[in-house]
Design a protein around this ligand. Sequence first.
Ligand SMILES: *Cc1c(COP(=O)(O)O)cnc(C)c1O
Ligand code: SF4
Length: 426
Amino acid sequence: MIEAINISNDEDIELKSIYKNWTDWRWQIKNSIRDVQGLETFLGIKMDKETKDKINSTMAIFPMAITPYYLSLIDKENLESDPIFRQSVPSKDELIINEYDMQDPLSEDIDSPVPGLTHRYPDRVLLHVSNTCAMYCRHCTRKRKVGDNDYNQNKQALSGALEYIRNHSKIRDVLLSGGDPLLLSDEFLDWILTEVKKIPHVEVIRIGTRVPVVLPFRITDKLVNILKKHNPLWLNTHFNHPNEITESSKEALKKLADCGIPLGNQSVLLAGVNDCSYIMKNLVRKLVQNRVRPYYIYQCDMSNGLSHFRTTIGKGIEIMESLRGHTSGFAVPTYVVDAPGGGGKIPVMPNYIVSWSHNKVVLRNYEGVITTYNESDTYSSNSCDLKCDECNLTLSSPNIHKRKAVGIERLLSDYDKTISFSPELS
Ligand SMILES: *Cc1c(COP(=O)(O)O)cnc(C)c1O
Ligand code: SF4
């Protein structure tokens, strides 16, 4: 275990000189803080018995693991309210189970046709390639799986999921998820990416990872050279607070961006961490400065043990209201609620349409300016019968006739006569 030291908040400079292996990601994992004693030693604090007991009883259900790097970002003067502390150190509130909390609120396990794969949307799948994370985030929606070692993936275990993708030609986008895919060895990751890329109908691969935030040293030149081979590869990371953007994480992002990997960020809206317009605005600005495009802000899921992190949806809309128009359009993420029960992501935003008539739309902007858009009186849309060869728009895609509209798109389509959907009565 790490010996007691006195560190300031600018992790990098001081710590790099104290621990010669500080920037070695394997060292960071090996020295991850997993017990109360480690917390005390590393943070240079003493906790009373009651605090320790609370952390221990939470840890017995939801384990703790924090990289020394991430822990070093904590402001020790304001421990309990620190955003890094709140995201990484167990809280007794995790043991509160509310009436509506669930083990698997997104029904990921139910939507899993083969082990290790979630298929919810028509053209894309989640491939759970690892259950290991560099840090166990207290707000993890997959808390039920974190630290569950039976779930470790290997080539054999993944073969069923790969076979499923091969057999489903509609899948054109494969998201490597987990756990954290970037905690796999370079060789294993290279193997997975190669296998996925070999599948002719897979057009893009995505990686979802928190490594740039909690273990930026994992982004080595060797790793980046492997990722580069598999383009088009997109990478989404998970910054929640501007304090997480440090010299080390900037360097990791630079390496990824320099080799041409498009970077996105998915934040979770968390009470007491980032439920504030100023914090979010600061975060998205810092992200775009580092060539990361804010992609989603998630409403916190109704997973067991997350109730203390949940805000109202109203808070999220308020934050969106403070971003759109007030900062660069490409710095504005989409705010989504991941539908409980497994309906996928539902975007939520302020209302911009004030009213509507047969030929006018009244809209308002971010400042409250109200304006009128006159609808075109000469426009006539092509009536679409899916006969693309005869259409006056040009589209030559052999697959287009195979498509069938789903959901609301179907109600709006010209070629499908469905006029209503109703819930099944049982
Ligand atoms: C989020 C998610 C995706 C990807 O959704 P995008 O909106 O395309 O980023 C795919 N499958 C599942 C199950 C998801 O939860
Ligand atoms: S990195 Fe992601 S999957 Fe891992 S513990 Fe954090 S939120 Fe959960």
